[in-house]
Design a protein around this ligand. Structure first.
Ligand code: ADP
Ligand code: MG
Length: 321
């Protein structure tokens, strides 16, 4: 590398943090942070590998943004507040233009959510980015996957399927006559997901279970169902999708929200008695939310469509299949 590893870290990954709870950040053998009284640590890690999670022609700023966004989305799904993160970066070469854009995309999103980069690791090899995030959640209040009960309402934030459409657009797999605005919308949804941190925190004390939708609603809601030991009915007509998905998606439009990935919205369940209060809180945040079905005692995911209740096909992105 033309830049030494240490110059690279100093130039691109040593932001000044204004968080008072960072005792020691980048530069020592380990970082030191102060955990607040009465809080539990929420810890999560995610890796993005070039050619698997993003194509090599993705803009570097978008890769930086997304690497952090997908991790923050996991904290959002726990109802946690994001606080700190570490970055393990494997690079084929020290390309300064790439590093400048990557770190800008990454650190802008970090700033927006007040989360501090406190350390990491840098080495040479095929491009891969691992980020570990640490957040805090009041003791006992984290949103887990195992609390859904029969009768609970199932909801999702925002819109589903658009990340998957964005990927299909980038890979030129779609012949939909999209406007430039629509194309940009879908690519933006793929490359710049916005983690639902404020919404996640608003769900605390009200939602019975939550997960972020990264692998398609069917797969991710499926995790809530199996961890909670319940089943569900999802009403296809109520799935929130961009207008273009209904217009151009044909009879099978509902595969986009159910079976494509990269949405990073929240799916959660809430007992009916708390539903109004939850909607009020999300409305205050300006977070759109759709009621899409109901938890049932009978196991399995049923889809309620034109032809009555049918079993959901088993699909979703899997790395080893
Ligand atoms: P060590 O040999 O103790 O693992 P390193 O040389 O890997 O130390 O890292 C030196 C310092 O720089 C450490 O504080 C580490 O956390 C930080 N660091 C290394 N790579 C990165 C990175 N990509 N982003 C942020 N901090 C980093
Ligand atoms: Mg190291």
């Amino acid at each position: 590398m033309s830049l030494s590893e240490f110059e690279l870290i100093a130039r691109y990954f040593s932001p000044a943090s204004d968080r008072a709870d960072v005792i020691l950040g980048v530069g020592d053998d380990a970082a030191l942070v102060r955990v607040s009284n009465g809080m539990e640590l929420a810890v999560s890690v995610d890796t993005l590998v070039a050619g698997v999670h993003f194509s090599l022609d993705t803009p570097a700023a978008a890769i930086g943004h997304k690497a952090l966004a997908v991790n923050l989305s996991d904290l959002a799904a726990m109802g946690a507040q994001a606080a700190w993160f570490t970055l393990a970066l494997t690079l084929p070469e020290a390309d300064e233009a790439w590093l400048e854009q990557f770190s800008t995309g990454l650190l802008r999103l970090a700033d927006r959510h007040g989360v501090a980069l406190i350390g990491g690791d840098t080495c040479r090899g095929p491009l891969s980015i691992s980020i570990q995030v640490l957040g805090q959640v009041p003791a006992g209040q984290a949103l887990r996957r195992d609390g859904a009960r029969p009768g609970d309402v199932i909801c999702v934030t925002g819109e589903l399927g658009s990340g998957g459409v964005g990927l299909a657009v980038c890979q030129q797999r779609l012949d939909w006559p999209l406007t430039v605005g629509e194309r940009n919308h879908f690519i933006q949804r793929l490359e710049r997901p916005q983690p639902r941190l404020a919404a996640g925190q608003a769900l605390r004390g009200l939602a019975s279970a939550a997960i972020d939708v990264s692998d398609g609603l069917a797969a991710d809601l499926g995790h809530i169902l199996s961890r909670s030991g319940v089943g569900a009915r999802v009403d296809l007509a109520s799935l929130p999708v961009a207008a273009a998905v209904r217009i151009h998606g044909g009879d099978d439009w509902w595969h986009w929200p159910l079976h494509s990935g990269d949405d990073y919205e929240l799916c959660f369940t809430v007992p009916p008695a708390r539903y109004q209060e939850l909607m009020r809180r999300l409305d205050e945040l300006g977070c759109s939310c759709s009621r899409i079905g109901e938890i049932r005692a009978e196991p399995g995911l049923k889809l309620n469509g034109l032809h009555g209740l049918i079993d959901a096909p088993v699909k979703g992105y899997r790395h080893f299949q």
